[in-house]
Design a protein around this ligand. Structure first.
Ligand SMILES: NC(=O)c1ccc[n+]([C@@H]2O[C@H](COP(=O)([O-])OP(=O)(O)OC[C@H]3O[C@@H](n4cnc5c(N)ncnc54)[C@H](O)[C@@H]3O)[C@@H](O)[C@H]2O)c1
Length: 258
């Protein structure tokens, strides 16, 4: 049921962290994988890792926040394979990834501070989905999987604009799911709490900070990229065909979905 043979997946921001692990696991299950990242060297390293393990992958570099670049990147991706699985993983918690560190309150910030969060986390998802979905509709099958955050579900005081962007992705996904259902295309979100990646290393490698984060989790360990990739794999597969418009927390019990 989890075989992805004959499918092509585009994973954005797959040059490291959660996206890299998603790309590896989708490839292990037979998908041809387009490895996107803003940084060409990261994307190429992961594509090579997949190829070295016997999988099929191509690195395609673009900034998801730049619609023209996304459109060109999608053309390059489609020359490799018809993209029928889109994983919108590229994200940016901004300069203040540490949810425990003091941050200026929202009311002391302005539009110039907000735009980096909105550009990648919200506009980036719109851009890639706009580019990928027509092909899915034409072929009558597709999967859109969007990486969300508990900052967008339950709120984090130091990540309010990032949270707004991620919550926007949730609303977008639900509307999209309703629009796409009759075309055989599903759209779902996976919402993370603290997962150990390059982005969170500075915070989570500090024992005192990690202990404080852990005290919020029913399951007393940090998340690993595999925890997320396992669910993404399921949502990408035929096994999830009657599931759409949902947001699934992968968060060690930090908060619950009802
Ligand atoms: N790690 C966590 O604790 C955590 C928690 C909640 C949500 N998330 C979300 O999960 C996803 C993955 O997080 P991560 O920790 O692996 O991040 P990360 O920063 O380790 O990796 C993200 C990758 O995306 C790339 N990227 C960033 N902006 C891009 C853009 N505009 N275009 C193309 N590529 C871009 C980066 O170059 C990087 O390689 C993100 O959407 C993030 O917001 C992560």
């Amino acid at each position: 049921m989890l075989s992805l043979t004959d499918h092509t997946a585009l994973v954005t921001g797959a040059g490291q962290g959660v996206g890299r692990q998603i790309a590896l696991q989708l490839a292990q299950h037979g998908a041809a994988v387009v490895v996107n990242d803003f940084y060409a060297d990261r994307a190429e390293t992961v594509a090579k890792e997949i190829a070295d393990a016997g999988g099929s992958a191509k690195a395609v570099t673009f900034d998801v926040a730049d619609y023209a670049a996304v459109a060109a990147g999608m053309e390059a991706a489609e020359r490799f394979g018809t993209v029928d699985i889109l994983v919108n993983n590229a994200g940016n918690a901004g300069p203040r990834v540490d949810p425990l560190a003091p941050a200026p309150p929202f009311w002391e910030t302005g539009p110039a501070d907000w735009s980096p969060w909105l550009a990648t986390n919200l506009h980036g998802v719109l851009n890639t989905t706009r580019a990928a979905v027509p092909g899915m509709i034409e072929r009558g099958w597709g999967r859109v999987i969007n990486l969300m955050s508990d900052a967008g579900r339950v709120g984090e005081p130091n990540l309010v604009v990032y949270g707004a962007a991620k919550a926007g992705v949730g609303g977008f996904t639900r509307g999209l799911a309703k629009a796409l259902g009759r075309h055989g295309v599903t759209a779902n979100c996976v919402a993370l709490a603290s997962v150990r990646t390059e982005a969170t290393a500075a915070l989570l490698d500090d024992p005192a900070a990690a202990k404080k984060v852990l005290s919020n989790y029913v399951i007393r360990r940090l998340g690993e990229p595999e925890d997320v990739a396992n669910l993404v794999l399921f949502l990408a597969s035929g096994a999830s065909s009657w599931i759409t418009g949902q947001t699934y927390p992968v968060n060690g019990g930090y908060s619950f979905a009802v």
